[in-house]
Design a protein around this ligand. Sequence first.
Ligand SMILES: [Zn+2]
Length: 243
Amino acid sequence: MDKKLKGIVIKNADFGESDKQVTILTFEQGKINFKARSVKKAKAKLKFATEPFSFGDFELATGRGMPILTGCDLIEAFYDIRQDIEKYYLACSVLEFVDRITSDGQDTRREFIFIVKAMRDISEAGEDTKALAVKIFFDGLQSTGYGLPSVNCSGCDEKISKNVYFNVEESSFLCEECRGDNPALSIKMFKVLELIVNSSYEQLPQIRQRKEDYVAVLKFLHRYIEYKLGFSNRSLIEYIKMS
Ligand SMILES: [Zn+2]
């Protein structure tokens, strides 16, 4: 039996001498693994359908065992991402994040929409992607249910101004009055995060902050993901190193 699925490649791995095992996230059927035969040669016809970020309609032959790739109509390849090392690692960190929060058989419509939008935003971004990276991860954590609910104080719902504290268990920010015995965060870092979170995607290119402040926010988000999801996002570490 054949089926056609709209999906985006999130990872691939060698499978024997000349094949690859590919994982796509689909809109209709969650996360799917398939085998792509003889795609390791440079001229292989379906090689493009095994590359990370390839977005298209995948044709799979299903039967016993893992489905086999038989065709693919490419919708978008996101070539811009492949040509820029910073964009490449940022996009990989998004794929890695989504791979870790999804499992086979799970409904992944939210995650699918999040990934495709993130790939478009990264692809169309200018040279500096750091504010976008913060926005993507903050929104991604929220839309997939792992957020960081708000940048207001979770105790009194007021805007946080002088000092900021973080309740790790509840993943929430607190003001001076509501702090309890929660640890402090850098207010400078927090203000950059708040500014980005409260800006629209269209406004991001106008945000000008110091590089080290963006890096501090990204490190905070990385640590947060590590704590919350129990894994270290290696592509995000590489991206932060490059920033
Ligand atoms: Zn408060």
